[in-house]
Design a protein around this ligand. Sequence first.
Ligand code: HEC
Length: 280
Amino acid sequence: MIKTRIIPALVAATAMTAMGGMLSGMATAAETEQHIEDVSFSYEGPFGKFDRFQLQRGFQVFHEVCSACHGLRYLSFRELGSETGPAFPEEQVKAIAALYEVADEEGEPGDTRPGKPFDNFPANTGAGAPDLSLMAKARAGFHGPYGLGINQLINGIGGAEYIYSLLTGYTGEEVEEAGAILYENTAFAGGKISMAPPLDEGLVEYAMHGGEEGQSGAKAPEASVEQMSEDVSAFLMWAAEPKMTERKQSGFRNIVWLAGLTVLLYFTNKALWAKVKRKE
Ligand code: HEC
């Protein structure tokens, strides 16, 4: 009786596993394997902080290259002056804001005016490119669903790694599909993206130095494709979560506080029950 029930169940289970295997096999054959490069960023780990010079360089790449097609509409210019972010001086934040045209609410619909620090970066939908403000979180799969929580804590959520891999993952091959040119890319799901490789060796001339704080004469790094990709990815990670450093710091304070409370409660508990225990 038991056997007659178990055997058909086993057969069904085996058949389903085999089918599942076939299906996933087909999927991998159709979509080329995505390759994501692991990059160690300064902000990873429980005490990691953004490297302000890297963020400044990353902003420069965004500004000079990516902003031609992509918006950054959830980030305000004022955030660029944040101490735990790029920490641009106030005057520079004002100057940067004024380089962007934003919607003028006081004028006719469609009117624009130069940006002010309290404005957000404009949206940019002209080229059909997605907004980048939350991209580093939206594509945070690398250490995310596949890794453990602790892995994310130590290595970050992986969105910046995805962007880095996308920017450095062009193979140079182009294909025409339904009249549009697609570019082969080893990081993009499906293997072909409509964004042309945006970066070229030396495309940006880094204006900001690359050194540690205090070494104001430090030389800016060479603008290789890898360097620019790393910098702009770090910048976009920061843009997606400008308060990451504060969050980590308050998280750490809370843990210390809770650890202290635990010790205190342990001894309080002992002291309270000591009398009762002695009587026995
Ligand atoms: C010439 C216009 C153009 C420029 C310049 C450009 N992009 Fe794109 N980008 C696009 C388009 C179009 C898409 C949508 C591609 C698609 O879905 O096939 C896209 C998509 C993306 C995506 C999303 C990929 C995904 O997983 O959906 C990221 C990330 C990205 N771009 C980053 C950048 C960065 C960083 C820069 C600057 C270094 C940049 N782009 C410069 C046009 C551009």
